[in-house]
Design a protein around this ligand. Structure first.
Ligand code: C5P
Length: 243
């Protein structure tokens, strides 16, 4: 992997409903973040044309299509082939359907890098108990590592995991598995009605080895999104120097 600047490591989550709203953030942030993440809200609302909308506004912008696929291998293969037509950098597939699905995704990936979603950052130990995860793996850090091993064995480019587990994932896999960490919150700043449970600061995520961080609401709801993105980049630089 080429050396990434602090800015390149910031993935902004375009969690809005319309292309118009997305364009506002793209124009504002295109020189301050490395990638734009298109998730379910925007993609379901606007369809694939949203990808072209991002690319046409910034020649450097990279796209992370966060579809979190979770279906039979043949269906996911087809969806990834379609995504490949659009010039996407990263696409996500859940790890919890096992190696077969992840392998099918990797086989059809073409130029897209497949990221396995290990355990959502909004999930706690109690949630894992609720959905029947065995006691041995109920600790999110154990389950994340378990699923990261599956993703690695299937040939994934990387995994999505919280900042609480990224250190353990990096310790085991180093640069052979890229880590993308959502659940980023700024020190001392809460988010109203937050659904994220396994959260860390940009500093901690990068210090512990995250290659990229995904930041949505801390930038989106900031009174000055550019300043917040710039401050996050400074925090990343500090973590890179000190790690
Ligand atoms: O607003 P916030 O910073 O919590 O946004 C996080 C983004 O990262 C959301 O778009 C969410 O869908 C995504 N994400 C996540 N946890 C994962 C994978 C993706 O929060 N495990």
């Amino acid at each position: 992997m080429k050396t990434l600047s602090a800015k390149d490591r910031i993935i902004f989550a375009l969690d809005v409903s319309t292309i118009g709203e997305a364009e506002k953030y793209i124009d504002l942030l295109k020189d301050h973040v490395g990638m734009f993440k298109i998730g379910l809200q925007l993609f379901v609302g606007e369809g694939p044309k949203v990808i072209d909308a991002v690319l046409s506004r910034s020649s450097q912008a990279k796209i992370f299509l966060d579809m979190k696929f979770h279906d039979i291998p043949e269906t996911v293969k087809g969806a990834i082939k379609s995504a490949n037509l659009h010039g996407v950098e990263f696409i996500t597939v859940h790890c919890d359907e096992g190696k077969g699905l992840l392998k099918a995704a990797v086989e059809s990936a073409g130029n897209v890098n497949i990221l396995g979603v290990t355990v959502l950052t909004s999930i706690s130990k109690d949630d894992l108990e609720d959905i029947g995860i065995t006691e041995e793996l109920r600790d999110p850090s154990k389950l994340v590592l378990h699923r990261a091993r599956i993703a690695k064995a299937a040939g994934c480019y990387g995994v999505v995991c919280s900042g609480e587990e990224v250190g353990a994932v990096k310790k085991e896999f180093g640069d052979t598995l890229i880590t993308v960490t959502p659940g980023i919150r700024l020190a001392g700043e809460g988010i109203k009605d937050d659904d994220q449970k396994r959260i860390v600061t940009p500093y901690k995520a990068i210090y512990d080895g995250a290659d990229y961080i995904v930041v949505g609401r801390p930038i989106k709801t900031s009174p000055d999104p550019v300043k917040t993105a710039t401050d996050i980049a400074k925090e990343i630089d500090r973590a890179l120097r000190e790690r």
